[in-house]
Design a protein around this ligand. Structure first.
Ligand SMILES: Cc1ncc(COP(=O)(O)O)c(C=O)c1O
Length: 388
């Protein structure tokens, strides 16, 4: 069998022809994505570190030091500069690592083999992958009237098999923050591992709080919090794939470690073996470049856009599911079916997503969506509205 060599120009043309079918963030019409165009500086650095393999850190000591610095900087952001952890591929891998740490810790210290994890109905589906992989059971907690985890039923669901409680800081569908402070108290009372999934909210909640937004605490300042997922490739403006998992104790990494005999380090705790050093380098680059002030400015700008869209939707008769806490808006029209509305919007070139709980149009106001795009979007919504 032959795989014929092709001239570079032809290959480039072929790939660009495929790429034409991709939607572009810069058009401002991708309205339902939690990712965005990475900062150009981060992309440049990413390319420079493409050959660095964090899976073999003895060969890439410099890149390993970069990863440590990322974890330290994000630790500062999350109130624990002494946290331990890794740069991973994203929220899914971070959540799988957290659940694996909780499972192995419970195995070692509590003799629980196939435990249960308690999480809200709003949790990301990555936890289903984690529990499926590890043969764990999910106990799903209903949401309260404000669509956050209903505290009243958590303690009733704790059993001698519970290995972890999960709370979300910035839910995928509605961008809401669970009552982590109360979850932390429960975790301490029952001596249970508490994981906070801040994959989306981690790069905005601290900055918004700093500039006066009244948002709940969610980070390591709460003594019951054992680990936090936070994604640089969402609100952190780093290139895909860049996620982070931070642990309060080193032991959570140790209980996951397996021997890695042929490599330069003899133990490995991450799920992935060969790992992109580029993600760590680009994340550090963009964090150093923007600084906390830069992120704060972006977070505020996105909240201003959220407010602008919210006010116009209400003015035009749309009904919001809930008051947004972060830069996600969920809404419906009282007389238009949600799926029909999404279809009409797509015909006009807008790519929204549809939330499941409750069924509604979901807009994630990421940095690529400018006010000018929102103005056009509002006009198109009015046009659709008129024809119903
Ligand atoms: C809260 C939350 N956690 C985890 C994830 C999974 O992240 P990823 O798609 O980067 O694996 C998402 C993705 O949207 C998310 O919103």
């Amino acid at each position: 069998m032959e795989y014929e060599s092709i001239a570079k120009e032809k290959i480039l043309k072929k790939l660009e022809d495929f790429q034409k079918y991709d939607y572009k963030y810069s058009d401002g019409r991708i309205l339902g994505s939690m990712c965005t165009s990475a900062h150009p500086f981060a992309k440049k650095i990413f390319y420079k570190f493409l050959d660095s393999n964090l899976g073999d850190p003895g060969l890439f000591k410099g890149t390993k030091a970069i990863e440590k610095e990322v974890i330290k900087s994000i630790g500062v952001l999350l109130s624990n500069e002494n946290a331990y952890g890794n740069v991973v591929t994203g929220g899914t891998e971070a959540n799988i690592m957290a659940i694996r740490a909780a499972r192995n810790f419970a195995r070692k210290h509590k003799n629980i083999e196939n435990g249960e994890i308690i999480l809200p109905k709003s949790a990301h589906f990555s936890f289903k992958k984690a529990t499926d992989l590890m043969n764990l059971k999910i106990i799903e907690i209903e949401l309260d009237d404000n669509y956050i985890m209903d505290l009243s039923s958590i303690e009733d669901n704790i059993s001698s098999n519970t290995i972890a409680i999960v709370g979300i800081a910035g839910t995928t569908e509605l961008g809401l923050i669970d009552p982590i402070e109360e979850l932390s108290k429960i975790a301490i009372k029952y001596n249970i591992y508490l994981h906070v999934d801040a994959a989306f909210g981690g790069f905005s909640i601290p900055f918004l709080k700093n500039s006066g937004y009244n948002l709940p605490n969610f980070d390591f300042s709460l003594k019951g919090v054992s680990s936090i997922s936070i994604d640089p490739h969402k609100m952190g403006l780093a290139p895909i794939p860049s996620g982070c998992i931070l642990f309060r104790e080193k032991e959570y990494l140790d209980v996951m470690a397996v021997n890695s005999p042929y490599l330069t380090t003899k133990k490995q705790s991450t799920i992935v073996g060969t790992r992109l050093g580029a993600s760590a380098a680009a994340t550090l680059a963009i964090m150093d470049y923007l600084g906390f002030r830069g992120y704060e400015k972006i977070a505020m700008e996105l909240m201003n856009n959220t407010k602008f869209l919210k006010e116009n939707l209400i003015k035009d008769g749309y009904v919001l599911t809930v008051e947004p806490q972060l830069n996600i808006i969920s809404f419906n029209h009282p007389n238009i079916d949600t799926y029909d509305l999404a279809n009409e919007l797509e015909k006009k070139g807008w790519y929204v997503s549809i939330s499941s709980c409750p069924v509604s149009i979901r807009i994630v106001l990421m940095k690529h969506i400018k006010k000018s795009h929102l103005k056009e979007f509002i006009l198109d919504l009015r046009e659709i509205n008129k024809n119903y």
